[in-house]
Design a protein. Structure first.
Length: 439
């Protein structure tokens, strides 16, 4: 069992809502079911584990709600049996994760909900109910419109009837009333009421509180130390094995002195020319490739001069990138310019060398690569800002919190070693089980 199990219920009750709102056309069949108090999943290790038991009634509510919302009356039907089985597996695994979160909440002292949290839960519950009512009301209107469209004993409708039914079939008030009624019918079929729906929000809040408690247990100073270690590592790679520096993303936390921001307008060769150049390079005919490139660059001379004149007249390089450059999408991702480091290997050799030709910020140069003609401007010195460093620490800190959560959760999964009654839930028992919670 690995840390994937700890991510099963990260979204709280959203898993159930997503399934229930899918609107699929599965059916749920009549069959002999286990008794409601039958335990269908239980912990086999650890202390005080009776409260970790999951009854068939707990499972049944979630499963039947989803199926009832989808008009299900035969979940053994061949076309949907596999999907229903997967849903049952998802639900029982999710319930196991809920139980573990509830246990952790008690141990961490975060199981009690404040008045403010209760209010947040009430607000989320109201939003959830309204979302169901809205969708079910729209479904009722659609069903009515379909019924009207196929009305008439001969299957035909008159022009007058078509005109009448082209307008909305139900008012907003009627749709809300129909949606509310339909929701209560679904809940009744599932053996639930709206208070049971509120428990989804309670569970989600408990999950959130446990996660926050674990995240907050991590020392931010450790994240700051990790950042310093990354900076040292990045500098070492830059000086010894620059490709590892570039591929490892170290430029986000450390940049060598002299790094530059370069903006460019790319006047690209047509696709056929680029293909020919690549083909010649692959055949090691570099002289021919260079000759073709020079010829094609000359054909772009007038366009190059046009862009350079506009730069001389004071027009903004960003505007010219938007108007002329074949790389405006890439440039948009780096609005301050591409970061080019001394001795770098990320860019084509010609572009790399040309980036360091201008002496002062604002000056420009021209280079030709296999892609076309680059009109390049030295836009500024590239530095890792304080904001960048703060973001890096924030990211490391968040990752450390997630790792700690995964570690704790994995330990509990292994400790409790849940067993599932696969027969009762009509699930296939895994051939080899290291834990009941499937990955």
């Amino acid at each position: 069992m690995n840390s994937k199990a700890s991510k099963i219920f990260r979204a709280g009750a959203a898993l159930f809502l997503a399934g229930a709102l899918c609107g699929c056309s599965m059916k749920f069949g009549t069959r002999t079911e286990p008794k409601l108090d039958k335990v269908v999943a239980y912990a086999t290790g650890g202390e005080d584990i009776d409260d970790l038991n999951i009854t068939y009634e707990e499972f049944r509510k979630e499963y039947k709600f989803i199926l009832a919302n989808s008009g299900i009356d035969d979940d053994t039907k061949e076309s949907i049996a596999a999907a229903c089985k997967q849903q049952r597996s998802t639900i029982i695994n999710t319930l196991i994760v809920q139980k573990i979160y509830a246990r952790l909440a008690k141990e961490m002292g975060v199981s009690e909900l404040t008045d403010e949290e209760q209010q947040e839960i009430d607000e989320e519950h109201e939003k959830t109910v309204e979302s169901f009512i809205k969708q079910l009301g729209e479904r009722a209107e659609q069903e009515l419109e379909e019924s009207q469209a196929s009305g008439g004993s001969d299957g035909e409708t008159s022009e007058e009837e078509t005109s009448e039914t082209s307008a909305p079939s139900m008012t907003d008030e009627e749709k809300r009333e129909a949606g509310s009624k339909k929701l209560d019918e679904i809940l009744e079929k599932a053996g639930m009421d709206r208070e049971d729906m509120r428990e989804w929000e309670v569970t989600a809040k408990i999950v959130e509180k446990v996660q926050n408690a674990i995240y907050n247990s991590v020392d931010r100073a450790d994240a700051e130390k990790k950042l310093k270690d990354l900076q040292i590592e990045g500098e070492e790679y830059y000086n010894s094995e620059i490709s590892k520096y570039e591929q490892g993303g170290y430029s986000q936390v450390w940049l060598p002195d002299g790094s530059r921001l370069i903006k460019h307008v790319l006047l690209a060769f047509d696709s056929d020319t680029q293909t020919q150049i690549r083909s010649l390079r692959s055949e090691e005919k570099d002289d021919e490739a260079d000759k073709l490139r020079t010829e094609k660059a000359e054909e772009l001379k007038s366009k190059q001069e046009e862009v350079e004149k506009k730069l001389d007249d004071g027009e903004n390089i960003d505007d010219l990138i938007n108007d002329y450059s074949a790389d405006k999408a890439g440039s948009a991702n780096y609005p301050n310019g591409y970061t080019v480091i001394p001795n770098g290997t990320t860019y084509m050799e010609e572009f790399q060398k040309a980036s360091f030709v201008p002496k002062k910020i604002g000056e420009r140069t021209i280079c030709v690569t296999d892609y076309g003609v680059h009109i390049m401007v030295y836009a500024g010195d590239a530095k890792v800002s304080d904001e960048d460093l703060k973001y890096a620490v924030d990211t490391l800190y968040a990752n450390m919190g997630s790792e700690e959560l995964d570690k704790i959760f994995t330990e509990r999964i292994d400790e409790y070693a849940f067993e599932i009654d696969y027969d009762a839930l009509r699930l296939d028992k895994p051939a080899e089980e290291s834990s009941a919670v499937s990955e």
